[in-house]
Design a protein around this ligand. Structure first.
Ligand code: LCV
Length: 259
């Protein structure tokens, strides 16, 4: 493991993203290491996991590794995409996962954070949902993660503007649990983790799974799902999708023309 750090103290595991050169972009390799860390913590019967990044990072995670987004007509966010696998790993991990945020969270990394059970952030943290900035057609379960975390109106503002919102605004709208000064956030998070770890793990585990199943119980007909998938294909086959990725790689603003 060289892109993350895994530590465990008693029943509390901590996974820290440690790839500042790439702003902790959620590459196949980084996600594979995080998922391996979760497997180890599962085996160690950890009762709480803290998911954080290295100290004093300006960017907690830059989201999906844009260099790994397919441009050959494949769904960029299909079932086996690393971002999708990481979100499912967090959601189904049998113990609570606490996201401890300091810095900017971008794109799919916002969904990873929202898939966590409890979120703390420092005042200078921000959250930007970026599909519209890149021309990416976000996927159905991903949109459900957002809908479970904020009101539809807030999700639409985040998705349509692709602009970052502050930790204070995110807390105000109930998207995150606490805003805590950078000097105190580690102790604050550890204290909450210790409280949870001292409670009954089986009871907490079943409540986490109940809430996941209930939150995901949405009426979506096969015809409705196939319609959405068809619309998404139009997007990831579009010139705009290719332009969004090309513009990022060429470090310039994209020029979208709606085709
Ligand atoms: C690969 C990167 C990345 C990156 N991938 O530093 O949600 S969806 O649908 O959009 C989904 C598909 C998704 O999650 O897409 C990714 C969404 N992420 C973003 O839009 C954030 C893209 N990154 C940035 O806007 C900037 O890097 C921020 C603002 C995060 C930091 O800006 P800063 O000026 O501090 P650089 O941009 O210079 O980045 C440093 C290096 O990290 C690479 C970037 O290409 C650069 O590499 P080089 O040094 O080789 O040029 N990098 C940053 N983000 N998501 N690589």
């Amino acid at each position: 493991m060289n892109l993350i750090k895994l530590t465990q103290e008693g029943h509390i595991g901590t996974i820290s993203l440690e790839n500042p050169q790439k702003h902790n972009a959620l590459s196949h390799q980084l996600v594979a290491e995080v998922m391996d860390a979760f497997r180890q913590l599962e085996a160690e019967k950890a009762r709480v996991v803290i998911l954080r990044a290295h100290k004093d990072c300006k960017v907690w995670s830059a989201g999906h590794d844009i260099g790994e987004l397919p441009v050959d007509g494949r769904d960029p966010l299909g079932w086996s995409d690393p971002l999708r696998e990481l979100v499912r790993t967090i959601e189904t991990f049998r113990a609570p996962v606490i996201a401890m945020i300091d810095g900017g969270v971008w794109g799919g990394a916002v969904e990873v954070v929202l898939a966590c059970d409890i979120i703390m952030a420092t005042p200078n943290s921000s959250f930007a949902v970026t599909p519209a900035k890149l021309g990416v057609p976000y996927n159905v379960s991903g949109m459900m993660t957002f809908m479970s975390a904020a009101s539809l109106r807030i999700v639409k503002e985040l998705a349509f503007t692709a602009s970052p919102i502050s930790a204070a605004r995110a807390e105000h709208v109930g998207m995150i649990n606490h805003v805590v000064e950078a000097t105190e956030i580690e102790a604050f998070t550890l204290e909450m983790a210790s409280t949870i770890a001292a409670n009954a793990p089986l009871s907490i585990s079943v409540m986490k799974e109940q809430l996941r199943v209930l939150a995901g119980a949405k009426p979506l007909t096969p015809r409705g799902f196939e319609k959405v998938q068809g619309l998404r294909r139009v997007v990831y086959d579009s010139q705009d999708y290719h332009e969004g990725i090309k513009a990022f790689k060429e470090k310039r603003k994209p020029k979208f023309n709606g085709t």
